[in-house]
Design a protein around this ligand. Structure first.
Ligand SMILES: *Cc1c(COP(=O)(O)O)cnc(C)c1O
Length: 397
């Protein structure tokens, strides 16, 4: 077995340089713990960036993958795929949705949503209606559609020209949204809570107002629940807490309990605009990933995990608030369920490195917001452990 340093040296030779990586080589995971190639153990409060919501290697997910891997791994979408059908049934039974398109990532789910919104709108309102309003500070993925929809300049720099037809408005501002609507607008695409953008929770009533604006102008509401969906905020989907329903929702990250998957869920009337040949994916919805998705969704729904997310979310938040009251460089604690952000008025990057050295994995977005997205199965003792690491680091600053 190679050491972490040996792997890091080899990575330097042939791995593309598009990530700034920490000097950590995870080789094994169980629950909220990760082990590196040198045998050091970490408490994982990043969870693969909100992917490992059931913890690492959840037994039901592992079992489903093992069973499916020895039965049928891949077949074409020219045929009907039972595991895909089951996962679509689960998603539709528990959401506003009627039809599901499966793909392999969040960016791909958003591509599908953008394509469906444009096609629906052209069929319904004519060819001059294709623009989509998104939010500043949003994140919608790294494909051309994704970076064009993303309201952050930094993801587009150097890759222009991007896809035309996107307008950006401040998140949480209904007046700005109304002012941005033109006869060319076809949809509004938002995260139910901004993740990568710094864990921003919308003001109360924002989504009710957005839904009204959409209805008044005949616009589609697309919710990007790639990070906030699948239980992360304490309900299966984040929109449930807003008292509204979208027309299209995108999912990915935690949907299959770890393996790569993406899904676009739509209402029948909108989904109707996709006919045979409209869109597709070779791997999307393959038996292996959707079997994993069925096992992950059943575990999420049947094992009390949403309840744990709400209870531990409240507890974790209280502990973070208590820390805030003791350290003046902490300016705000925000979030919902188990996606929590702690804003600092100092650089957060150094704290992430110190935490890693002390065996706690977290990350930092937009330079100064510590982001906590632990597995939803996290325990009170694990939160206490993370808090004592953070407290130790803060006390030395
Ligand atoms: C992670 C994320 C994406 C992109 O998902 P990928 O699987 O990396 O393509 C899109 N939207 C949101 C809100 C995300 O958090």
């Amino acid at each position: 077995m190679s050491t972490s340093q040996q792997w890091i040296d080899r990575a330097g030779k042939h791995i593309a340089k598009n990530y700034g990586r920490y000097p950590l080589v995870p080789v094994r995971g169980a629950g909220c713990r990760l082990w590196d190639a040198d045998g050091k153990v970490y408490l994982d409060f990043l969870a693969g960036v909100a992917v490992n919501s059931l913890g690492h290697c959840h037994p039901k997910v592992v079992e489903a993958l093992q069973k499916q891997a020895e039965t049928l791994i891949h077949c074409s979408n020219y045929y009907h795929i039972p595991q895909q059908i089951e996962l679509a049934e689960i998603l539709c039974a528990h959401s506003f949705g009627d039809r599901v398109f499966f793909c392999n990532s969040g960016a791909e789910a958003n591509e599908a949503a953008i394509k469906l919104a444009r096609k629906y709108s052209r069929e319904k309102h004519g060819e001059n209606r294709f623009e989509i309003i998104t939010a500043l500070g949003s994140f919608h993925g790294r494909t051309y559609g994704g970076i064009s929809a993303t309201g952050q300049e930094k993801v587009r720099v150097g890759f222009e020209p991007v896809v035309p037809g996107f307008t950006y408005v401040p998140y949480g501002d209904v007046a700005a949204l109304k002012a941005a609507i033109t006869p060319a607008t076809c949809a509004i695409m938002l995260e139910p809570l901004q993740g990568e953008g710094g864990v921003y929770v919308p003001p109360t009533g924002y989504f009710k107002a957005v839904r009204e604006v959409c209805d008044a102008h005949g616009l589609l509401l697309i919710l990007d629940e790639v990070q906030a969906g699948c239980g992360r905020t304490g309900t299966l989907f984040a929109y449930e807490q807003e008292g509204i329903e979208p027309d299209i929702m995108t999912l990915a990250k935690a949907l299959a309990g770890g393996p790569p998957i993406g899904a676009m869920v739509a209402r029948e009337t909108v989904a109707d605009s996709f006919g045979p040949g409209s869109h597709g994916s070779t791997f999307g919805g393959n038996p292996l990933m959707t079997a994993s998705g069925v096992a992950a969704m059943r575990a999420l729904l049947d094992e009390g995990i949403l309840e744990n997310c709400r209870a531990m979310g409240d507890y974790f938040r209280e502990r973070l608030e208590a820390l805030k009251s003791r350290y003046s460089f902490v300016t705000e604690v925000r979030g919902r369920g188990l996606i929590l952000g702690m804003e600092l008025n100092i650089d957060g990057g150094g704290i992430v490195v110190k935490a890693m050295e002390r065996g706690l994995l977290i990350n930092c977005t937009v330079g100064k917001v510590l982001r906590f997205v632990p597995p939803l199965i996290v325990t009170r003792a694990e939160i206490d452990e993370a808090m004592s690491v953070l407290d130790g680091i803060f006390s030395e600053l």
